[in-house]
Every structure is written in C-alpha cells, then in structure tokens.
Design a protein around this ligand. Structure first.
Ligand code: GDP
Length: 365
C-alpha cells in the first residue's frame, strides 16, 4: 500500500503533526488495511467531487479514498553510521513510497533545537547527508556485484553500472539520486536497490500559528521553497500545533475556525493532497444509489487494472468501461443527460484512466 513516511530532526514538530493525523483518522471499518500500529495513521483524502456526486445520486454511503502516514522517529546526525536508532530508522524509510520531511521554521526559545539555532536549510542538509551516505553504501555493494557480472560476460550489467557510477558521483556531492534518475527507464534499472534518495520528497515547513495566513512572510519558508525548487521537491507550510488543535474540533467548528483564520482548508488537508500528488496517484470515481466512492490508482493505470481495484472478478471479466469526466457530468447535471449528449464514452482495455473519470465497468461474470 502507498505510504508516506514523516521524518525530521528531533523537536521540529513531527509528533505534533502525526498526532493531528491520527486524531483526524479515517473510519477504520471502510479500509481493509487499518490494522492498528502506533506509528501508522490512516487518513481520508479530501475530495470535493464526492460531495457533489452525493448531491446528484443521494447515495446510502460515501466512501473517500485513504492513505497512510508513518511516523519515523529517531533521525539524528550519524544515523547512517548506525548512531542512535539510525539503522532502524533507515530501514523504515526504505519501506515508504515518499518522504515528508518536517522542517522547523517556528521560533520558540523554550524549545531547544538539537543543532543550536533555527536554520531549516542546515536541518534539511543533515538529513539529506545521512540518506546520501546510506545510499552510497547500497550503490557500492551493487557496483562490486555488477563488476563480477560484467567479467562473467553479462552485457546488460554495463548499462546499470554506467548509471550507478553517475548516481554515486552525485551522492558524493550530496545530490540525491532522484536528480540523476529522471526517466522511467533509469528508475526501472535501479528500482530493486530501493534507494532512499530516489523517493519523492515533500518539505513540511512548520510555522507558528500567527503565520498561517501568510506563510511566505516567514523568511525561512521562502528559503525552503527556493531550495525545494532546485531539488524537485514540493513544499507546504503548516502549523503543527494549530493542526493538532483543529483536529480535535467537530468538523463544523473546524470549518468556522478555519474561516475565521482566513484559510480555505486545514494544513492537514493540504498535506494529504500534496502527498497524494507526490505519490503520483489519481482518483477515479464510481457513483450509484448504494454508494459514491473514490478509488486510488497510479497515474498511467489502464481501465482493466483500475477495475481490479474494485474487484479482481471485474478485471478478469472486463468488457468495457463507461466513462464520463466529472466536469462534464456536473455541467449537464445528470448521467442520463450526459448519455443523451454523447458524453459517456465506451473505453476498452487499452484506455488509460484519467483523474476524475466517473466510471461504470461492464464485465462478464
Ligand atoms: P518531534 O521531536 O519532531 O516529534 O517534535 P514534537 O512534535 O514533539 O515537538 C517538539 C516541541 O515543539 C513540543 O513542545 C511542541 O509542542 C512544540 N511545537 C511543535 N509545533 C510547534 C509550533 O508550530 N509552534 C510552537 N511554538 N511549538 C511547536
């Protein structure tokens, strides 16, 4: 399943943010993977389209899609050398699909910073260095193996070798592997190595409550943004403390509270949406009287595999998908009108699903 790991130096607000995530947690009954582990939080992915479909279909049930966040504590300088909980920490990161790094951008003299003063770029670099060092070790081991394979006459090994030599040189300059591995072909070549610095990264700038209306007024946030742009990483700014308070409010009160602060949505919702995008995921929708539901698929998924998310029988017996885009459906106001106007397409096995496809699968039992 698709998971985002939350990392960061001590005292930057990770646990506070993770608390907000678990408090806002999803209704476990709806999701098969909701076994309760203390460091895993499952959240529903907010999607305004579900509410609009619910108005149209008046279903018995509305089911959003969900994703998992894992709290990965214990990173300190020296983690790659096995200091502290270092090795365990790195093993945890290896299992997640993307990384959200909490960076402290709030000033508070009462809360010590492990590395001295407030300096988010230094913090980012400390973590980046540890991850690069761990990857160098992985790459070196693989290079030794590849050398033997090449001596043994394995021609394919040379391509991987060339790529890994470039990756290693980058890592030695503290440049994450993701900057070098920039095509799907290259990614496929090194996928099994499960490099830490290949994973997509989102920086979560933790700011003070007073700054949430205009995060860019915080100069540290600006710095994180320019750094992230170079690193092909995303950034969002939240106040972890505020989020953990909002997560305790009933949803109506939370909405009012956000409106008073001049905010469209909570930082947590921003985090969830940004993470979803970071993972390369899209949503397709199914709608009917029993249930209106969002389903998660990887960008590029074809219709039969998307059907397989609902049930393996539907994938196996797939005939066609009846599809109308959410926007077109809303524009005409009902499925039957969309059909009349020829907006409902019949798509076959090779159709690549798009975000917001309202879908009905036809299949043989
Ligand atoms: P972790 O070690 O990264 O998990 O950090 P914690 O979440 O435990 O936070 C460390 C301390 O910083 C706690 O005392 C939090 O209450 C405080 N803290 C977290 N977020 C904020 C914030 O946005 N503003 C302020 N002033 N304090 C915060």
């Amino acid at each position: 399943s698709l998971e985002v790991g939350i990392v960061g130096l001590p005292n930057v607000g990770k646990s506070t943010l993770f608390n907000a995530i678990t408090k806002a947690g999803a209704e476990a009954a709806n999701y098969p993977f909701c076994t309760i582990e203390p460091n895993v939080g499952v959240v529903e992915v907010p999607d305004e389209r579900l509410e609009k479909l619910a108005v149209m279909y008046k279903p018995k049930k509305v089911t959003p899609t969900a994703m998992r966040f894992v709290d990965i504590a214990g990173l300190v300088k020296g983690a790659s050398k096995g200091e502290g909980l270092g090795n365990k920490f790195l093993a945890h990161i290896r299992q997640v699909d993307a990384v959200a790094q909490v960076v402290r951008c709030f000033a508070d003299d009462n809360i010590t910073h492990v590395e001295g003063g407030l300096d988010p770029l230094r913090d980012i670099e400390i973590i980046n260095t540890e991850l690069c060092l761990a990857d160098i070790e992985t790459v070196e081991k693989r290079l030794e193996r590849l050398q033997k394979m090449i001596k043994g006459g394995d021609k394919k090994a040379q391509v991987e070798m060339d790529l890994l030599v470039t990756v290693k040189a980058a890592l030695e300059e503290a440049v994450p592997a993701r900057r070098v591995i920039d095509t799907e072909e290259k990614a496929a070549l090194v996928r099994e190595l499960n490099l830490l610095t290949v994973k997509p990264v989102l920086f979560v700038a933790n700011i003070s409550e007073a700054e949430v209306a205009d995060p860019l007024d915080n100069p540290y946030v600006q710095k994180v943004c320019s750094y992230a742009a170079e690193e092909k990483a995303a950034v969002i700014a939240v106040s972890a403390k505020l989020e953990s308070e909002i997560a305790e409010l009933p949803s109506e009160e939370a909405k009012e509270f956000l409106a008073e602060m001049g905010l469209q949505e909570s930082g947590l919702d921003q985090l969830i949406k940004a993470s979803f995008k970071l993972l390369g995921l899209i949503t397709f929708l199914t709608a009917g009287e029993p249930e209106v539901r969002a389903w998660t698929i990887k960008k590029g998924t074809k219709a039969p595999q998307a059907a397989g998310k609902i049930h393996s029988d539907i994938e196996r017996g797939f005939i066609r998908a009846e599809i109308v885009s959410f926007d077109e459906l809303m524009a005409v106001g009902s499925y039957s009108l969309a059909k009349e106007k020829g907006m409902v397409r019949l798509e076959g096995k090779e159709y690549v699903m798009e975000d917001g496809d309202v879908t009905y699968f036809r299949f043989n039992v």
